[in-house]
Design a protein around this ligand. Structure first.
Ligand SMILES: *Cc1c(COP(=O)(O)O)cnc(C)c1O
Length: 361
């Protein structure tokens, strides 16, 4: 896939851009450019174009608007100590994008083309990458079904896009979030789309998120669909439980059963925690294990992880069965250590032993 460069002839002024970066938040302002590429069943992928960020014009009968056939990714570009920029494990995002594409009957994109398109856009809009640790340029690749027609079938036309937005810290890392454990609603069921990054999973989660807010909680924790007993994820993030403390702690995460989204942050933390000398385990944890573990003190810390927020400590958990507080409800030391290590690797201040960072310039 060739990328034709046709950048925005009237980019934001320095003052405008700096003000938008300084405003912080997440997803409020977008950079000067975007990437777009079209696919058709008959001819495959056409060349991509890098051009001015702007609205799409879609026929009202475009299939994504009706049947939700779409996928997305979330990844980041980080400023390095020498002023350069790097991406974190972009091939992993490309591979997951393709797994999502297969599940949602959308076309795959060669990994090298996906990564090259991301690199081209970040290079073009490099002035938008925030400079401080904990800040980054959030990159949102996505693909939508663009066949026009209301017939229910895999679309014979698809559009791939990449947009980017400067991001500051998503959650305050020094404040533990409270979670609502939903037994009424489920995010994903066996055989469903839980392992794909697709908008429908999010659309179906919003009512539970509303319920969590009504219960005074920040986020929803999802249980398995069958027994409503096994802990899966939190909102759009994976979960970790710290059992024990100090150097003998075990860092535990729910295993990927096919209904969980395989997070790249989750996967990276498995390595980072082992590098730091902790024992690492993937398995099943029930709601009862959670309740009993925090009551006995065996579970000393809990955190969620994902690209947007990196690592986010969890304090109280509330459910129909009661409220349980982890430790003293404050972020714990191991959560902090893992967060600082991962951020350090991403920002180039801690050695990148695994070769995860890809320089863009
Ligand atoms: C994207 C996502 C995650 C986190 O994945 P990362 O690759 O770490 O950003 C976890 N759960 C869900 C449901 C997600 O959509």
């Amino acid at each position: 896939m060739k990328i034709n460069l046709n950048p925005n002839p009237t980019p934001a002024s320095d003052a405008d851009r700096e003000a938008k970066i300084a405003a912080g938040g997440f997803g409020k302002y977008y950079t000067d450019n975007m990437v777009i590429a079209e696919w058709s069943e008959a001819t495959g992928w056409a060349d991509a174009e890098l051009k001015a960020y702007g609205p799409l014009s879609l026929d009202p009968a475009t299939s994504v608007l009706h049947y939700g056939q779409e996928i997305f990714e979330g990844m980041k570009a980080y400023t390095q100590p020498d002023g350069g920029i790097s991406l974190f494990r972009p091939e992993a995002n490309a591979q997951r994008f393709n797994s999502s594409a297969v599940r949602m009957a959308l076309p795959e994109i060669p990994v090298k083309d996906f990564v090259a398109a991301v690199e081209a856009l970040v290079k073009q809009d490099r002035a938008w990458v925030p400079k401080n640790i904990g800040e980054s340029l959030y990159i949102r690749p996505f693909m939508i079904a663009t066949e026009v027609g209301l017939g229910v079938r895999p679309s014979n036309h698809a559009t791939f896009l990449i947009i980017t937005t400067p991001a500051s810290a998503y959650f305050n890392p020094n404040k533990a979030v409270t979670v609502w454990i939903s037994t009424e609603y489920v995010r994903a069921a066996p055989g469903g789309t839980g392992a794909a990054k697709t908008g429908g999973n999010y659309a179906g989660s919003l009512l539970a998120q509303k319920q969590a807010a009504a219960e005074g909680c920040d986020q929803v924790v999802w249980l398995d669909a069958t027994e409503r007993r096994w802990v899966e994820e939190m909102g759009g993030m994976n979960l970790y439980f710290v059992k024990g403390s100090g150097d003998s702690a075990t860092i535990f995460t729910p295993k990927l059963t096919g209904t969980l989204l395989p997070g790249i942050t989750r996967d990276s933390i498995l390595s980072v925690a082992a590098d730091l000398g902790y024992k690492v385990e993937e398995g099943m944890i029930s709601v009862d294990d959670w309740r009993d573990g925090v009551a006995s003190g065996e579970i000393a810390e809990i955190f969620a992880c994902g690209t947007a927020a990196v690592v986010s400590p969890i304090g109280a958990a509330k459910s129909a069965a009661g409220t349980w507080v982890t430790g003293n409800g404050e972020p714990g030391p191991i959560t902090h250590k893992i967060r600082e290590t991962l951020l350090g690797i991403q920002h180039g201040t801690i050695e990148d032993k695994h070769g995860w960072n890809v320089r863009v310039g």
